[in-house]
Design a protein around this ligand. Structure first.
Ligand SMILES: Cc1cc2nc3c(=O)[nH]c(=O)nc-3n(C[C@H](O)[C@H](O)[C@H](O)COP(=O)(O)OP(=O)(O)OC[C@H]3O[C@@H](n4cnc5c(N)ncnc54)[C@H](O)[C@@H]3O)c2cc1C
Length: 421
């Protein structure tokens, strides 16, 4: 809706502080490094009282006031991106290389590919930055002794990619991908199509969630996914909770013990031995700071803005206890974003990760492809379709390794293009 207001410089987001949709908008804008003002407003009546010129029938919360003074109501992030002019059309029909995923691996591949003169398109279904973009402070990435926030790192990489001429297609979903004559043909949900001579899949991992009410509200506001290595120092003298009983949870528990007052592991089962490596199990048992709550799960999160306490339910005793805490780390594994590969000849492991290089010759994967070529390291079972970063079977799951693999995959693409075109 057009407003006759003076031009604003900053986006404003109005909504109920407890609204999930408002959180998604704030999260998207924050991850996209867009300056915005968050204006908590409890009801639509309160909103229309401030903006009487708004047509009440069309108004809804959350509302986003764009820099030109227009409002969009209850928008999706795709609508916001469109309004901000970020959703652009592909510049070419055919590219040397297409990269799927705009996390550290995809961004690195894009920067290296374009800087070496390849016509490059990078497709990201959400916001640039991937998982790293959700990290408040990455402290172990080379060259940033004070650490760097994930979205800052991603924004710098995006600028670098743009500088080298990468065509970035945001908020895009591919609905069909086919390999025809060694070229990737992709159809997008908006009707656009692209063809690429080589492809790098850097679609990463999505951490499994707790699946409880208000979870989104506390993401990175007390609820963190993964082992949270960069968060450990911030937990000095705190009571930290870790959900999960696998090795990543065990390692996280031992790491947090160095700083936290107490670490409580919450596991659904009734023992740790079945899920945890022996060496971790013995260390955890010996460590007075670690407590394990068996047969337990978190049923409720609360806190005004940041997490303040959690309710843990025990399925054996059927009792619930409320604990004060500002830190819950969810280490219940993750799922690779590879649904798109389901109907392609790309070999995936049991969990869905893309199998590459030498691993394709190991059982059971050796039985799952035709071996008509010798895949390079990082190359999948489909020629010239590479995988980089967390999405790859047996990958390291670190920003630095994702960045390294993205760059390395480009070298293999270069070799292929040099030999074949
Ligand atoms: C909270 C948190 C903190 C972390 N802290 C650290 C740390 O301190 N140090 C460290 O080294 N590592 C850290 N990690 C791990 C690190 O972020 C990951 O290892 C790294 O982001 C992996 O990069 P990636 O590019 O392979 O995948 P991702 O970061 O997962 O990025 C994949 C991208 O692909 C996009 N995508 C998925 N499917 C599609 C599709 N079909 N089409 C287009 N795009 C798609 C996703 O939206 C996403 O943007 C942390 C992770 C989390 C979650």
């Amino acid at each position: 809706m057009k407003q006759t207001k003076p031009v604003l410089n900053i986006i404003k987001v109005y909504g109920n502080p407890e609204s999930r949709d408002a959180y998604i908008i704030r999260d998207f804008l924050k991850r996209s490094v867009v300056k915005f003002e968050w204006v908590p407003i409890l009801t639509l009546d309160a909103f229309t009282a401030i903006f009487p010129e708004v047509i009440i029938e069309t108004a809804q919360l959350p509302a986003v006031e764009l820099p030109d003074g227009t409002f969009i109501f209850d928008p999706t992030v795709a609508e916001i991106a469109c309004k901000l002019g970020w959703v652009t059309q592909p510049k070419h029909k055919e590219y040397d290389i297409s990269i799927f995923g705009g996390g550290p691996a995809g961004l690195s591949a894009a920067v290296y590919a374009a800087s070496e003169g390849l016509s490059t398109v990078m497709v990201e279904r959400e916001a640039i930055g991937g998982q790293a973009g959700t990290s408040s402070l990455i402290e172990n990435y080379l060259g940033f002794p004070e650490g760097i926030s994930g979205n800052d790192l991603a924004e710098r990489a995006r600028q670098q990619a743009v500088k080298f001429g990468v065509d970035i297609l945001l908020i895009r979903k591919s609905i069909k991908a086919e390999f025809i004559d060694r070229k990737l043909h992709v159809d997008f949900n908006d009707g656009n199509k692209i063809i690429a001579k080589a492809n790098i899949s850097a679609t990463g991992v999505e951490y499994s969630r707790l699946d409880i009410a208000d979870e989104d509200k506390y993401i990175n506001m007390g609820v963190f996914y993964g082992a949270g290595a960069s968060e450990a120092l911030l937990c000095a003298d705190q009571h930290v909770f870790i959900v999960g009983g696998g090795n990543s949870a065990g390692q996280a528990a031992l790491n947090f013990c160095k700083y936290a007052k107490k670490v409580t592991m919450i596991i659904r089962g009734d023992d740790l031995a079945s899920s945890l490596s022996y060496y971790l199990l013995t260390r955890i048992k010996k460590n007075d700071k670690v407590e394990v709550l068996f047969n337990s799960r978190i049923t409720h999160l609360s806190g005004e803005h940041f997490l303040e306490n959690i309710t843990v339910h025990n399925s054996l005793t059927q009792s619930s206890v409320v604990y004060d805490t500002k830190f819950v780390f969810v280490c219940i594994g993750g799922k690779p974003n590879t649904i798109w590969a389901q109907n392609t000849p790309i070999v995936r492991d049991e969990a869905g990760y893309l199998v590459t290089g030498g691993d394709l010759y190991l059982p059971p994967f050796d039985q799952q492809w035709d071996k008509g070529f010798t895949p390079a390291f990082l190359e999948t079972s489909v020629p010239v379709c590479f995988a980089a970063g967390d999405v790859r079977h047996n990958s390291v799951k670190r920003v630095a390794s994702a960045v390294g693999e993205g760059a390395m995959a480009v070298t293999f693409v270069h070799r292929y293009l040099h030999e074949n075109y």
